[in-house]
Design a protein around this ligand. Structure first.
Ligand code: ATP
Ligand code: MG
Length: 396
């Protein structure tokens, strides 16, 4: 019996120490693992802080600098740690007025401020993130130098305003010249009209022929000047629109009546396909007439004898659509994008170009946009073109 107790006692001691040994081994392995992990993460942090291309520091809640990375040291020099941050970064103290330290630190929250005039007049974005460092609330500050970006932005803004100024000067000059030209031109036109209608005495055929050429050119100049003035007016937002409810089909019929002699002079077929029961649309009658007249005139100019001009009106969901199509020369696909640019006339030979200013479609686009509508074109080169515009319906 005694022998048994002793054996058990010895066994418990031996067994227990065995267990203790295993436990110690296990703890040692765990500690080694933790230590290894810590070393790895510490190495990663250090590598990260060394490689990151920004200045970084940690400032505690009392404003003491607790850490500086190499990049920041390059800017401010090696510092005795625990120096107050405002003693270091203080070309002027604009940065201090926005400092999160003044508002209290919230760990995990990031705030970005932009300051200029620090580190010899540079501009920095400073990312502040609240944290706890060595048992104290602190902020991690990342300094990103944005001086060059801001300089480039400022230069771009200055260049933009400079250009706008020059553009304004140019516009004012063109407007002034156009106005000045219009008055004497009106007098010339009236004079020529009087001579031509025989009021001032009869003309021989040769004189009539020359005056006819003069009149055609005067008319062209009048059109050019009024297009330029229209363009300037619309560009500067000075064009006045008189909106009212109108029937689009009546306007189309009126446009056909006005343009029919021109179409007939080229022996073109001019047809209308008008949608039934179209609702009234809110638009400026004269301005939409100007758009339609330009589209029809372009179609006629671009279509050879025997071709066809067609205007179609349709009601879509919340707008009406007007399409002017022709069976003319068409437009190359690469030229479609050029159509609505100012003074753009496509390279279609001198004979066809004569007479226009290249402003008609630009003005048309502006007018349609002022009605909150859209205008666009599609075409098959050599087969014809179609120009469409839509005007929104007013919800009642
Ligand atoms: N239906 C069309 N078919 C082929 N080309 C066209 C058509 N409509 C317009 N174009 C091309 O687009 C150019 C620009 O048209 P836009 O109406 O802006 O000016 P324009 O008719 O030349 O001059 P303006 O209308 O100012 O008297 C035209 O010169 C022509 O080259
Ligand atoms: Mg035109």
């Amino acid at each position: 019996m005694e022998k048994n107790i002793l054996a058990e006692y010895l066994y418990s001691i031996l067994g227990g120490s065995k267990r203790a040994e295993t436990l110690v081994e296990q703890r040692t392995r765990e500690l080694e693992k933790t230590n290894k992990e810590f070393l790895e993460s510490d190495t990663l942090n250090k590598a990260f802080l060394a490689a990151i291309p920004f200045g970084i520091d940690i400032v505690d809640e009392d404003g003491n600098i607790q850490f500086l990375n190499k990049r920041l040291e390059e800017k401010v020099g090696k510092l005795p740690l625990a120096k107050k941050c405002w003693e270091v970064y203080r070309d002027d103290r604009t940065q201090c007025s926005n400092c999160p330290l003044l508002k209290g630190i919230i760990p995990g929250e990031t705030e970005v401020i932009e300051v200029s005039g620090v580190f010899e007049g540079k501009v920095f974005q400073i990312f502040h993130t609240g944290m706890v460092y060595k048992g104290k609330k602190a902020i991690l500050e990342i300094f990103q130098d944005v001086t060059e970006e801001r300089k480039a932005e400022d230069e771009l803004t200055n260049a933009y305003f400079q250009l706008r100024k020059v553009d304004q000067l140019k516009s004012d000059f063109v407007s002034m010249i156009s106005h000045e030209l219009r008055t004497p031109l009106t007098a010339i036109k009236e004079g020529v009209d009087i001579v031509m209608d025989g009021t001032a005495g009869s003309l021989n055929p040769k004189q009539g022929e020359f005056l006819n050429i003069a009149k055609r050119n005067i008319d062209r100049l009048v059109r050019l000047i009024s297009s330029i003035l229209d363009f300037q007016r619309i560009e500067s937002g000075k064009m006045v629109f008189v909106f009212a409810q109108h029937d689009i089909n009546s306007l189309v019929k009126e446009a056909k009546e006005n343009m029919l002699p021109f179409a007939l002079s080229k022996e073109l077929d001019f047809i209308l396909e008008l949608g039934d029961d179209l609702p009234l649309v809110n638009f400026d009658h004269d301005k939409i007439m100007q758009v339609l007249t330009n589209l029809v005139s372009n179609a006629i100019k671009s279509t050879d004898k025997g071709g066809q001009i067609k205007i179609i009106t349709t009601k879509r969901d919340s707008f009406v659509q007007v399409s002017v199509s022709d069976t003319g020369i068409g437009i190359a696909s690469e030229d479609i994008a050029k159509l609505f640019r100012q003074f753009e006339q496509l390279d279609v030979g001198l004979e066809r170009r004569a007479g226009g200013t290249g402003l008609g479609l630009v003005i048309s686009k502006k007018i349609i946009e002022a009605h909150k509508g859209k205008i666009w074109a599609d075409s098959e080169f050599g087969k014809g073109s179609a120009f469409h515009f839509i005007l929104p319906l007013i919800k009642t």
